[in-house]
Design a protein around this ligand. Structure first.
Ligand code: G
Ligand code: G
Ligand code: MN
Ligand code: NA
Length: 253
């Protein structure tokens, strides 16, 4: 209850910010976008990671309000960068299944695109794990509406406990992000076989594949060879502060 109250206060006082982790094209290393990762600048605690507050927000029903605030931060940043660099750099925002399954969500995204004067490619959505998934029909419906707007959706953490091959088939997502638990053991032959099989399946289903949690060159090479089109991880950059992300942008073409 104390944490719920603290979270309420934090939302009212806007104590949240986003870090931005670069995503690079696998074969060229070119920056193609960022993933936004939420941080809570909690007074007296320092930065708090999403692992410590997203679940609370979901449990207490605060995720709608918090998610909207985080989404708006991402939109505002894409607009700032567009104005500064004359280039729309897509930002991927993690959304809770509870947010995604809210009937108003596609309208919220439409409204924010309009308010910021941004094209639908400006924002992509990463659907994280579990409950999406409790209601596949509804999830499919919502994702279809977003795709009709031109907003791409990625299935996050693929290959871990909550995801299944049926989700890959049933959900009209644009992208699969292979969980870092499968990237970490690369280039071990068994892990390589699994990642390659996911890439083949994804290609057959016309999906883009992102490898996440790439920490070294051996993993990057293996992921590239297996067919991952986009790489993300500490080899390239950690989740960056706003200023650092801007530096990356000004150095990339
Ligand atoms: O940055 P960190 O490694 O702590 O992120 C952990 C997880 O928290 C990510 O895998 C992601 O799924 C989740 N997460 C990060 N930012 C957000 C956000 O803005 N909204 C939601 N719903 N989840 C987030
Ligand atoms: O949304 P998702 O669950 O994929 O969130 C990505 C998480 O992974 C973030 O918390 C981020 O801090 C973390 N992360 C990003 N790159 C790396 C990496 O190269 N190695 C590890 N171990 N974690 C990473
Ligand atoms: Mn993610
Ligand atoms: Na993930």
């Amino acid at each position: 209850l104390a944490q719920e109250q603290a979270l309420r206060t934090a939302i009212v006082q806007r104590q949240f910010s986003l870090h931005y982790q670069p995503k690079v094209e696998a074969w060229s290393g070119r920056l193609i976008g960022f993933e936004a990762l939420a941080r809570w600048q909690r007074p007296g605690f320092g930065p708090v990671g999403p692992g410590e507050f997203i679940a609370t927000a979901e449990r207490t029903g605060l995720i709608g309000e918090l998610g909207e605030m985080l989404l708006r931060l991402a939109f505002e940043q894409v607009k700032v960068w567009r104005d500064a660099f004359d280039r729309v750099v897509p930002v991927a925002v993690n959304v809770s299944p509870l947010q995604m399954l809210d009937g108003e969500f596609p309208r919220l995204v439409t409204r924010m695109l309009d308010e910021h004067g941004l094209p639908p490619q400006a924002i992509t959505l990463e659907l994280t794990e579990s409950a999406a998934v409790a209601n596949l029909d509804l999830a499919r419906d919502q994702i279809l509406q977003l795709r009709r707007l031109g907003v791409e959706v990625a299935l996050d953490d693929f290959g871990t406990g909550f995801s299944s091959l049926n989700m890959l088939r049933s959900l009209p997502v644009h992208t699969v992000k292979i969980d870092r638990g499968l990237i970490e053991p690369l280039p071990a032959p068994d892990a390589l076989a699994v990642v390659r099989a996911i890439c083949q399946l994804a290609t057959a289903l016309d999906l883009q594949v992102i490898a996440e949690g790439v920490e070294n060159e051996a993993q990057a090479d293996a992921a590239r060879q297996a067919g991952c089109q986009v790489l993300q991880g500490e080899l390239f950059a950690q989740p960056l502060t706003l200023g650092e992300a801007g530096d990356w942008l000004s150095e990339s073409v």
